[in-house]
Design a protein around this ligand. Structure first.
Ligand code: SAH
Length: 358
């Protein structure tokens, strides 16, 4: 067993079974054995590769998107730009390039990077050194970070928020826990007592065996962001893979070097993530008073923002890399690749114009 699995098994012996959210949090963020704590994992060499690492057009277009929402909302003189989970800092690096000549915007904003991993913060600091705008790092999201208009980007952040799972049984909804089996290894088991949870409307008719997955942490964060945007103005774009139908099913997965592995292996080399429940996110933001745009497919969002024109421009500037540029853009927009599974959901105040791409 891995070191983290052993530690978890020990905790279970003392405290009893743990919810999946605890296992996921430790797998990702344990300071010694957590996947993000090592800082290694994103990109061609890591467990998975993300859109900004595939093509510079992704960060550029999201940068222009954010700038446009700032202009559409009357160019507030002071604003906070937040990126949640900046990874290797690539998205922001590409976005900053598109903001270079926007003096008024650059003078108005400060940038806050919410990064849980010290190692990834170092990668980001190196990547963004010499930025024209002051950058601040915080380890955790907190609504106290923001006291004015908020312009926020998050790519593949919500999928890393810890989830809980409940399984419909003849006793009611029982939580899926992690415990130890007879040989002392980590194993899944259902809590014997049903949980007192309320299933959102539209999902009431579950048959036995149905799995209800929810990320309380993701929903709490969405509620914060929506409330701030309603109170102060601003815009947020969440890009992630996920589903928008109301439904049941489990989506927790562990990826190691781009290949699925056992969720409970906990080697620290695998990324644990779950598909984002966009219907739950949208309901939560709407309840907090925000105008919810989308979710729309990443492919159509990027096309509406002009990804093909930008791709053509890059190809003619770098003819020897023409194919590579074309292929990487295709990977982002093609519905058989990332174009349909990945979705974009935006939040703005009720009276703000619909942002580009929706
Ligand atoms: N946005 C980047 C990286 C995605 S990976 C990209 O598209 O390439 C997820 C990122 O979120 C990592 O930087 C990880 O360290 C960070 N992260 C995950 N959960 C977090 C949390 N609860 N608090 C702060 N940062 C978190």
């Amino acid at each position: 067993m891995s070191e983290l699995a052993q530690r978890m098994a020990r905790a279970i012996r003392f405290e009893g079974p743990l919810p999946l959210s605890v296992v996921m949090t430790l797998a990702l963020h344990d300071p010694k054995c957590g996947y993000y704590a090592s800082g290694a994992g994103i990109g061609a060499e890591g467990a998975f590769i993300t859109a900004p690492e595939i093509s510079q057009t992704f960060g550029e277009l999201l940068g222009l998107w954010l700038l446009q929402t700032w202009k559409d909302q009357g160019r507030p003189r002071k604003a906070t730009v937040v990126e949640l989970g900046p990874g290797r800092g690539t998205l922001l690096c590409d976005a900053l390039r598109t903001w270079r000549r926007e003096r008024e915007y650059l003078d108005a904003i400060e940038i806050v990077l919410v990064e849980g991993s010290e190692a990834l913060e170092s990668v980001q600091r190196a990547r963004l050194a010499g930025s024209a705008v002051p950058l601040h790092w915080v380890r955790q999201w907190s609504d106290a970070t923001v006291d004015g208009p908020l312009f926020l980007l998050a790519n593949e952040f919500l999928d890393a928020m810890p989830i809980r799972q409940f399984v419909m049984t003849d006793r009611g909804w029982c939580e899926r826990m992690v415990t130890t089996d007879a040989s002392g290894k980590l194993a899944f088991a259902l809590a014997p007592q049903p949980a007192q949870i309320s299933i959102p409307p539209g999902r009431a008719d579950a048959i036995p065996g149905a799995i209800y997955e929810v990320s309380p942490a993701a929903l709490a964060l969405i509620e914060d962001v929506a409330r701030l945007i309603v109170a102060y103005g601003g815009a947020a774009a969440f890009v992630d893979y996920g589903y928008s139908e109301l439904g049941f099913g489990e989506t927790l997965q562990a990826l190691r070097r781009h290949k699925p592995v056992d969720v409970l292996e906990l080697t620290g080399e695998a990324d644990l993530s779950a598909h984002v429940d966009f219907a739950a996110v949208a309901t939560c933001a709407a309840t907090a008073g925000a105008r919810v745009c989308g979710p729309v497919a990443q492919g159509s969002f990027l096309e509406a923002l002009g990804i093909e024109a930008r791709s053509a421009q890059l190809q003619s500037a770098n003819p020897q890399k023409g194919n590579e540029i074309r292929e990487s853009v295709r990977r982002l927009v093609d519905s058989a690749q990332m174009g349909a599974l990945f979705k974009v959901l935006a939040l703005v105040p009720q009276d703000a114009p619909v942002p580009p791409g929706f």
